[in-house]
Design a protein. Structure first.
Length: 133
């Protein structure tokens, strides 16, 4: 645990939160949608913790969740009433949490997108490169 970076710890905590939130959706009327959303967010978070996902994917996840949160925005009157099930207020807060988590992970992640896989010994691209020459 001594070599865990802030990004890895944050991504792991977010991943565990999303797994718990997915479990809490079990009895909901539209549970399938929310379980899928939270589990996909957990997979993205765990992949970020393991350095297996790039920033482009995190930015795309943030944009998708932010657009969905904007769609479910209930208005000022419902927000002032607190977290109650009024015109999708709970959905809005769930999507706002997911989009905030994806934004934070995208900001603190340093892994950029690469179109070229690594040229490791025994990797497919190394064999193609030898064959092409």
């Amino acid at each position: 645990f001594t070599n865990i970076s802030f990004k890895q710890l944050t991504a792991f905590v977010f991943g565990m939160c999303f797994v718990v939130l997915a479990a809490l959706q079990y009895q909901g009327p539209d549970a399938t949608i929310w379980i899928a959303l939270f589990l996909a967010s957990a997979v993205i978070s765990f992949a970020t913790a393991l350095e297996r996902i790039n920033r482009v994917t995190l930015w795309m996840a943030f944009i998708a969740c932010a657009v969905a949160a904007y769609y479910f925005y209930p208005g000022e009157t419902a927000l002032l009433q607190g977290i109650t099930i009024v015109n999708g207020t709970l959905r809005f807060w769930a999507l706002a949490f997911v989009s905030s988590a994806m934004l934070l992970l995208a900001i603190i992640s340093k892994r950029n997108a690469s179109l070229h896989p690594p040229h490791l010994p025994g990797h497919v691209t190394t064999k193609i490169k030898k064959w092409a020459n």
